[in-house]
Ligand binder design. Structure first.
Ligand code: M6R
Length: 609
C-alpha cells in the first residue's frame, strides 16, 4: 500500500501535496517524493523516510508551481531508497509517475523495454509504466500513451502522471488500487484516500477499476481504457478528516480487522500452483535446495507473531513432517540453543524491526543455521539480515495491536507447510486440499465480520468482569494465548490463555461465577475432549462464551453465549477462530473509552531489548 496525491489548480501545489502525503502516511512511510510543474520544467524531490524528511528538503524553498503529483511509499519491490522512491521517470526525464499497486508482469516488461534501449534507475515494478508510457508518447497525447501503456500491464495500479511536455494536465487511472478525485472551485485533487482531499473540498468522484481521468485546469474527463467517455456522479463526503484517514472506521484496529480478507488474499496471490498442489515462494528460490536438507526448523518471534509461530509449529510437524520448535526471541540467545547447518531459524515479524527477534536471527547466523524470515515491512532489518524470506504484503498495520498481520502470518505459514511438505512426503492431494481450503478462508472471515454487532453485544454483557480464562486445545491453544493477549493490551483486562487440557492441573481453581472463560470448541479432532473441559467449568458455576463451529447446536445447551464460525480444515481453524477474539477485545476496549490504536505503555515496533 502506498499513498498518492496530485493537485492542479490556482494555488501553490507544494504545501497541498505535502499535507496530502501526511494524511496518507498511514498507507506507507518508508520514502516520499513529489514532482511539480515549475518554470516551464518539472522539479522532482525525494526523501527516504517519513514525509517530514521530504518537508525538510523543501525547507525554505518557495515553489510556485500549481500542478504536481506526490507519493508516500510502502515498499513492495525494492528496498526503501531514494532510487526506489516515487515519482519515477522515463529515460528522457519527461514523464513523471506515481504508482500504488503491483505490476505483476513487470519483469517481462522490463526485459523487453531494456532490449529496446530503456535504462532503469530503480528496482521497482512501478518504473516500467513510466518507460512504457515513453514508448507511446511520440505523436500521441499523454492520455493516449498512458492508455496504451496500461493495456500492457497486468496487476494492480492507481497511478498519476505528469508530463513536462503537457504540464497543464494530470492523467490518473486505477485498477485494484483506490483513486478519488476531489472537485474544488477551480482546483482538483486526485488521491488514494479522501483523507488527502477533505480539507479542500467535500465534492468527490470515485473512480472505478478500469477508469482513467484527465484533469486539466478547467475541468476533468473520465473515460475507460477503450476510450468510452463516462459521466460520473459527484458525491459529497460527510466524514471528518480524522475519520477519513481511517476510511470510516472508528479506529485503525477495527479497519485492520476488517482488512483481513484482503490481507490474506495478498499473502496467497501468485504463490499457489493449483495443479501441482504446491506453492511457489520466490523469496526462497535461492535456498530451495538447502531447504530439502533441513531437518529442523526453529521459529523465533515475539508477542502475536510468536502465537502465529506456535500455530506454524503444529502445521509443520503435522503436515510437512519436519521437526519444528518455537522460541521467544527474547529468550533464544540468552540460553545455549543447539543449532547446526541442518537447522533453519525462521523469524516471524510484522515490523521486521523487533530487537529480540533480530537478535535471535543474528545468533542463528553466528551458529551456522540458515536464517529465514516472514516479514511484513519490506526492506526492514530482519528482512535484510535473513538469508531468504517471504513477505506478507499485508499493507501497513498502524494499530498497535497486531490483527491482520497475524492472520497473514498464518497464511504464509500454511503456504510454507505445503512448500516444505511437498519437498518431503506430502502428497499432491494433501497439498491441493490445504490450498483449496486456504483459498476459502477469506470468505469465512467475511462471514464472521458480519457478526460484529452481536460480538459487540457480548462484549457489553461481560464488560463488568476483570478476569478471563481463554482456553483452546491443539491448533486453538495458540489462539487462546492470542485472545488473552489482545484483551490485555487493548482493554487492560487481566486474562490468561491456557491449553484446555491443562486447566484441570491448576487454573480451574480460579473458576467461579465471577471468572468467565472463553472456550474455543470447534468441531475438530479434539472436540470431545474440549467439551469435557466445558462441562468441568460449568460444574463449578463458571460462565462461558464459546467459539464454536456453525451448526453445532449441542454447544448452545452447555454454555452462556456462542459465537459461531464456519468449518474449515483443522490446521486453518486458527485463521478464523481468532477473528471473534480480536473483535471482542476491540469492543471491550472501546466500551471502556480507551484509545485502542495506541494502548498505554506499548509501541508498534519494539526496537529495544
Ligand atoms: O513487529 P513484530 O511482529 O515483530 O512485533 C512483535 C510483537 O511486538 C507484537 O506482535 C506485539 O505483541 C503486538 N502489540 C501484539 O498485538
Amino acid at each position: 500500500m502506498c499513498g498518492i496525491a496530485g493537485y492542479i489548480g490556482k494555488n501553490r501545489a507544494c504545501p497541498i501535496l505535502i499535507d496530502g502525503l501526511r494524511r496518507l502516511e498511514y498507507r506507507g512511510y518508508d520514502s516520499a517524493g513529489f514532482a511539480l510543474a515549475e518554470d516551464g520544467g518539472v522539479v522532482i524531490l525525494k526523501a527516504v523516510g517519513r514525509v517530514e524528511e521530504l518537508e525538510k528538503q523543501v525547507g525554505e524553498r518557495d515553489f510556485l508551481g500549481t500542478a504536481g503529483i506526490a507519493h508516500t511509499r510502502w515498499a513492495t519491490h525494492g528496498k526503501p531508497s531514494k532510487e526506489n522512491a516515487h515519482p519515477h521517470v522515463d529515460c528522457r526525464q519527461e514523464i513523471f509517475l506515481v504508482h500504488n499497486g503491483i505490476i505483476e508482469n513487470y519483469k517481462e516488461l522490463k526485459e523487453s523495454l531494456k532490449k529496446r534501449g530503456h535504462r532503469f534507475s530503480s528496482e521497482t515494478d512501478s518504473e516500467v509504466i513510466a518507460h512504457l508510457i515513453e514508448e507511446y508518447y511520440g505523436e500521441d497525447s499523454l492520455e493516449e500513451a498512458v492508455r496504451k501503456a496500461l493495456l500492457k500491464a497486468t496487476g494492480t495500479y492507481g497511478i498519476a502522471v505528469l508530463s513536462q511536455r503537457e504540464p497543464n494536465k494530470i492523467v490518473a487511472a486505477r485498477k485494484g488500487s483506490p483513486l478519488i478525485l476531489g472537485v474544488g472551485k477551480d482546483e482538483f485533487i486526485i488521491a488514494s484516500d479522501v483523507a488527502a482531499i477533505i480539507r479542500y473540498t467535500d465534492r468527490v468522484v470515485y473512480l472505478n477499476d478500469g477508469e482513467m481521468v484527465v484533469i486539466g485546469r478547467d475541468g476533468y474527463e473520465v473515460s475507460n481504457l477503450e476510450r468510452t467517455r463516462i459521466d460520473k456522479r459527484v458525491d459529497r463526503i460527510d466524514w471528518s478528516v480524522e475519520k477519513a484517514e481511517k476510511q470510516g472506521f472508528a479506529y485503525f484496529m477495527l479497519k485492520e480487522i476488517f482488512e483481513q480478507p484482503e490481507a490474506i488474499k495478498n499473502a496467497i496471490r501468485g504463490r499457489v500452483l493449483s495443479a501441482d498442489g504446491n506453492v511457489k515462494l520466490g523469496g526462497l528460490d535461492d535456498v530451495r535446495e538447502r531447504l530439502r536438507e533441513i531437518n529442523r526448523l526453529v521459529i523465533v518471534a515475539c508477542g502475536t507473531a510468536y502465537h502465529a509461530g506456535l500455530v506454524g509449529k503444529y502445521m509443520l510437524e503435522e503436515y510437512a513432517g519436519i521437526r519444528a520448535d518455537i522460541e521467544y526471541g527474547s529468550e533464544f540467545r540468552y540460553r545455549k540453543p543447539i543449532l547446526d547447518s541442518k537447522t533453519a531459524v525462521l523469524a516471524v515479524s510484522q515490523s521486521g524491526e523487533t530487537a529480540d527477534t533480530l537478535a535471535a536471527v543474528k545468533e542463528a547466523k553466528n551458529k551456522g543455521a540458515l536464517a529465514l524470515g516472514i516479514v511484513n515491512a519490506v526492506g526492514s532489518t530482519i528482512a535484510r539480515e535473513t538469508d531468504a524470506g517471504i513477505y506478507n504484503h499485508a499493507g501497513p498495520e498502524i494499530g498497535v495491536a497486531s490483527t491482520k498481520a497475524f492472520t497473514s502470518q498464518l497464511s504464509i505459514l500454511a503456504l510454507l507447510t505445503v512448500f516444505l511438505g511437498r519437498q518431503r512426503e506430502m502428497s499432491c492431494v494433501t497439498g491441493k486440499r490445504i490450498l483449496n481450503e486456504l483459498a476459502e478462508i477469506e470468505r469465512h472471515i467475511k462471514t464472521i465480520l458480519k457478526q460484529a454487532k452481536e460480538i459487540e453485544k457480548i462484549a457489553r454483557k461481560y464488560s463488568g468482569f476483570n478476569n478471563f480464562l481463554y482456553l483452546g486445545r491443539k491448533y486453538n491453544y495458540p489462539i487462546a494465548l492470542e485472545g488473552a493477549l489482545k484483551i490485555k493490551e487493548i482493554a487492560y483486562v487481566h486474562a490468561e490463555g491456557y491449553p484446555f487440557g491443562e486447566m484441570k492441573h491448576g487454573s480451574i481453581a480460579l473458576i467461579d461465577e465471577n471468572f468467565p472463560s472463553i472456550a474455543i470448541v470447534t468441531k475438530d479432532s479434539v472436540y470431545e475432549k474440549t467439551i469435557s473441559g466445558v462441562q468441568e467449568i460449568k460444574a463449578r458455576g463458571g460462565k462461558i462464551i464459546a467459539i464454536a463451529t456453525s451448526g453445532d447446536k449441542e454447544i448452545k445447551k452447555l454454555v452462556d453465549d456462542v459465537i459461531y464460525i464456519p468449518k474449515t480444515l483443522e490446521m486453518l481453524t486458527p485463521m478464523i477462530s481468532v477473528v471473534p477474539l480480536q473483535l471482542l477485545a476491540y469492543y471491550f476496549g472501546v466500551q471502556k473509552g480507551l484509545d485502542v490504536d495506541k494502548p498505554r505503555n506499548l509501541a508498534k515496533s519494539v526496537t529495544v531489548e
